[in-house]
Design a protein around this ligand. Sequence first.
Ligand code: NAD
Length: 310
Amino acid sequence: MWKILVTEKIHPSGLKELRKDPEVELLEKVDMSEEEFFHLVKDVDALVTRSGTSIDKRVLDEAKRLKVVARAGVGVDNIDLDWASRKGVVVINAPTGNTLAATEHTFALLLSICRKLPHGFNDLARGGWNRKAFMGMQLHGKTLLIIGLGRIGSQVAKRAEAFGMEVLAYDPYISARKVEELGVRRALELEGALALADVVTLHTPLTSETKGMIDERTLKAFKKGAILINCARGGLVDEQACADAIREGRLAGAAFDVFSQEPPKNDHPLFAEDIRDRVVLTPHIGANTHEAQSAVSLIIAKNLLAALKG
Ligand code: NAD
């Protein structure tokens, strides 16, 4: 019998699959105390988590029977991967389950900032009817620079073409074949590409190389009046420098789903009153669709059973 401890709320579709397996004993314990967690973890074969459970050295040392940690989502920064690997614990995640959700949210952000949707709604709800105040930017004919042409970047490219945008992609790690298949133009150098783009959208992971890739220096290379979208990871952008670029009119606006610190503090530079009319912010909801959460949950269940059964 495999004992599986679910520590956070995940979509029921995957849990149903796990429950169906006669060899599985499923323990669902959302909102456990630390004491209860340490008590239970000693005796389980697998853990199913999201980002809110820290699977650190101490947990891995206590969990003597642990074989698999399944992260329902993409980021595994809450798991000590080196220690897990030393202990022979397999870590699995579901990086493909929310690709389309994040892609669609990128367009939700892009259209919201280009057509000032939240600002128009807020004004209307306050009794305003200021149609001239909400003049927008059309996507058709504009140049979109996609930084990171992986799963999400590629899906963004396809949809941007349907909007009639010219797509440029900067990603030093992808093959010429992939660029050709997608029919996008490849940028070999970042700063030159930034100067050509009306909209820049980020789709890279957060690594030591990409951290702060959009900072005071690179923001100076942007075309005047460009828009910046970040639906990837906080930390890719120096948010203070971005707020300054908006304030000075170098950027026409920015739309972010992710922040270097989450949740962002009240005094976050992008919350500043004087730039609010040029900013759209959402609370890291890029993957929050029923479809994506169901897909992630099913992928995790299937891969977890496969990993346990060898
Ligand atoms: P992916 O691994 O498929 O693609 C990432 C791409 O970035 C790769 O093609 C890689 O070559 C490229 N890249 C790496 N370093 C680069 C660099 N220095 N310059 C340019 N390109 C570089 O990842 P994905 O599934 O497409 O996810 C992209 C990002 O979106 C990740 O940061 C992920 O965590 C994030 N994400 C956010 C949400 C959300 O809720 N907002 C949801 C899903 C994914």
